[in-house]
Ligand binder design. Structure first.
Ligand code: SF4
Length: 361
């Protein structure tokens, strides 16, 4: 079908001299896949994510691995015409915008018949659905969207083309893919946020006492400072003594506390909270650190303690397993809280509203 008849603004589009690739509408579809734009092979065979192409192969294999044949997929692209290999980002964003009415009409056609969530692959799929090109900050959770009165659900993740070039990211995409499949099968329960305490009051004191009294219970431990230190290279060693501890956080399966160090540090009213915080960091035998190679020397210098060695460290683990991953908080938020091990440790078994987690951090 001519994309113009579906609302595409081809006359305004920078790719308007190309041959549009038709979307693929599998019979009785079981999933909706939204890619970015077609490549050469897709253009020649007029099929998005063609199964002979690198990206199409990955997608076909993933879905067939969970029993969904390619013929049961709806496969759409954010923009229907091929961009040149080195096309600039603003050209692709402009094409995504011009092609959006066609995409929305196709999605409307499918979703009104079968309300399936969309697996959005890559930056331009994300731009089409959310106007947000920073997918690393919001990929992973199933999220609700609305465009032109069309309500839909989507899960953003990497494009398989990126995975083919950067295979070290494939475990992240796999996590997201299986979460999408779990959601399709109604096996992904809503995220259950824990209660959080930020004020050094009696409630915080009670939680700290509880943690102290339950050494066998696994807790998450983390801290924030007002500056950065690279303890491996010691690049900022001279500034080490000036680093200020802002807070120390503990997380049980039910509740989180964030001890505001700037408040409790020198106020005798909070001496018990301060002492318990130090005691837990120093002695609790069941801690999962979020970034021990940073926090251990910080606590040693600022709290004057030699902290208990962690049971596990999420950041170090991922560095060892996959040193190419970016050590950047927004990126980590996007997937770390969704990994099975993390959820098992803290008994959090789903996160439909997981995007809130990014806001929290
Ligand atoms: S990408 Fe979409 S809007 Fe642009 S020319 Fe092709 S069909 Fe038309």
């Amino acid at each position: 079908m001519d994309p113009r008849s579906l609302g595409a603004k081809c006359d305004e589009c920078p790719l308007n001299n190309r041959k549009p690739v038709s979307s693929a509408f599998g019979a009785f579809p079981k999933a909706i896949v939204l890619g970015e734009g077609p490549n050469n092979m897709e253009e020649i065979f007029n099929e998005p994510l063609h199964p002979q192409g690198e990206s199409g192969k990955i997608i076909t294999k993933l879905f067939e691995g969970v029993g969904i044949m390619r013929s049961r997929l709806v496969i759409l692209n954010a923009f229907s015409c091929r961009a040149n290999f080195n096309e600039k980002e603003d050209v692709k964003i402009a094409a995504t915008e011009c092609c959006k009415p066609r995409l929305i009409n196709e999605l409307r056609y499918v979703i009104q018949r079968r309300p399936l969530p969309i697996l959005a692959l890559g930056k331009y799929a994300s731009v089409a659905l959310t106007n947000n090109k920073e997918i690393m900050n919001h990929m992973g959770p199933v999220t609700k969207g609305k465009i032109d009165n069309l309500e839909f659900e989507y899960l953003s993740t990497f494009h398989p083309n990126f995975i083919a070039k950067q295979p070290s990211y494939s475990p992240v995409m796999l996590q997201h893919f299986y979460r999408y499949i779990d959601y399709l099968n109604n096996k992904l329960p809503p995220w259950d946020w824990k209660d959080e305490l930020y004020l050094p009051d009696k409630n915080m004191l009670d939680v700290l006492k509880y943690i102290k009294a339950h050494p066998n219970e696994q807790i998450g431990t983390d801290s924030e400072t007002d500056g950065l230190l690279d303890p491996i290279t010691n690049r900022h060693k001279k500034e080490f003594g000036k680093l200020k501890l802002l807070n120390v956080g503990f997380s049980t399966t039910d509740i989180s506390v964030s001890v505001p160090w700037n408040i409790v540090e020198n106020d005798p009213e909070f001496a018990e909270i301060k002492a318990l915080t130090i005691d837990i960091v120093a002695n609790h035998p069941n801690q999962v650190y979020q970034n021990a190679d940073y926090d251990l020397p910080v606590w040693y210098k600022i709290l004057g303690i030699k902290p208990a060695m962690p049971k596990h460290d999420t950041l170090i683990a991922s560095r060892i397993l996959n040193p190419e991953w970016k050590a950047e908080l927004g990126f980590r938020c996007a997937f770390e809280f969704h990994v099975e091990r993390w959820k098992t440790i803290f008994k959090m078994l789903g996160d439909v509203a997981g995007k809130n987690m990014v806001k929290h951090l």
